[in-house]
Design a protein around this ligand. Structure first.
Ligand SMILES: Cc1cc2nc3c(=O)[nH]c(=O)nc-3n(C[C@H](O)[C@H](O)[C@H](O)COP(=O)(O)O)c2cc1C
Length: 341
């Protein structure tokens, strides 16, 4: 069950976060999206400091050899932590990749400051965390208004990322790149074996259950990525999807590990604001998993922005049915020093 905020009043200046507060913070963090719902993060809490680490045992070496998706997921979890802390009345200070040489797995350090002024925008978004789910169902055509498009561009900008909406010709180009990526995946047994480990089964504490795959697309290439590997999932019922999808690409100016974490913060901010405004999202990331196709995605959006950068997520937005949820492991599984907290 989604934990209630522990307090609405400014917190007392204690010298450490209480176990109840830590549980609220981590429940929010682990609700973040992650590739194949691997939940590749760990946390250490010391006093008022929360460190977010990558859990490399949950890496995806075939589909994410550089660990970029891992860092994006950890960035999204970090954003949720900040929202939860703000909802408890804390101001937070954030450092990304604070010790890149000595501790490359330490992706973010959050300091909660009881005496500071909490960020109201983050506090409001806390309520959206349990409502956000990746929705791979068909949506209405062109349902994302210009107003919402601009709002989401601004939200990405707040986290130093860029969200670029695609026109018709660019959408066609991205779908060509999706087709190319899908072709390369055929016969890549390393990838299929890795994906089969995480995707397509009954609801569990991690991975993507069959119910969350959504229907197959009646046409190819679909505007939703078909992640099915098991024979029963591959032959699930098909449906007609929207003909004019609303697709945007999230990118950052750099491509260093800290940029990947920043992309994750921006991703979650954009997704939570979209959720608040009644929109859903799914991802068409397969071209981004091949260096040359990723560059081609970036070239496609450069036509509109004329800026260089690095693409991180291809996001399809819409308004449709509520999505099937995915599970999460219990919060105690993620904390490294429970006896000290
Ligand atoms: C870096 C990253 C890459 C992802 N890539 C895809 C993708 O290509 N296709 C897709 O359908 N979902 C993709 N997802 C969504 C995850 O599958 C989803 O977040 C996860 O299963 C948890 O489900 P939830 O988002 O409903 O909480 C991606 C998520 C992240 C963070």
């Amino acid at each position: 069950m989604w934990p209630r905020r522990t307090t609405r009043r400014p917190p007392m200046v204690e010298d450490r976060l209480s176990p109840e507060q830590i549980d609220v913070l981590l429940t929010a963090a682990v609700a973040a999206p992650s590739m194949h719902n691997t939940q590749p993060w760990r946390f250490e809490v010391s006093g008022h400091v929360i460190d977010v680490f990558l859990d490399s045992s949950r890496a995806l070496p075939a589909e994410d050899p550089s660990g970029r998706a891992l860092r994006i997921a950890a960035g999204a979890a970090t954003f949720n932590l900040r929202c939860a802390a703000a909802s408890m009345g804390y101001h937070t200070w954030l450092g990304l990749m604070p010790c890149p040489e000595e501790e490359p797995d330490l992706v973010a350090r959050i300091v909660t400051e009881p005496a500071g002024v909490p960020d109201q925008e983050l506090s409001v978004l806390y309520a959206e965390i349990p409502r956000r789910h990746t929705s791979r169902a068909p949506v209405q055509d062109e349902s994302i208004t210009q107003d919402l498009r601009i709002a989401l561009i601004q939200e990405a900008f707040k986290e130093k990322a860029e969200l670029t909406w695609l026109g018709d010709a660019q959408t066609e180009r991205i779908l060509d790149l999706v087709r190319e990526a899908d072709l390369r995946e055929i016969g890549d047994w390393h990838r299929s074996a890795e994906r089969a480990r995480w995707v397509g089964r009954r609801q569990g504490a991690d991975g993507i259950p069959s119910a969350a795959l959504g229907p197959r697309s009646a046409t190819y290439p679909g505007v939703v990525r078909d992640l099915a590997t098991a024979p029963l999932d591959r032959s699930r019922p098909s449906a007609a999807f929207e003909q004019h999808p609303s697709i945007a690409v999230l990118s950052t100016a750099g491509d260093e590990p800290a940029d990947h974490v920043a992309a994750g913060l921006a991703l979650e901010r954009v997704l939570l604001v979209a959720t608040r405004r009644g929109a859903t999202a799914s991802f068409l990331n397969q071209p981004l998993e091949h260096d040359d196709l990723r560059r081609a995605v970036q070239r496609t959006i450069q036509g509109t922005t004329r800026k260089s950068g690095f693409a991180h997520m291809v996001i399809r937005f819409g308004r449709g049915r509520a999505a099937a949820t995915t599970g999460r492991r219990p919060t105690q599984d993620f904390i490294d020093n429970p006896e000290e907290s």
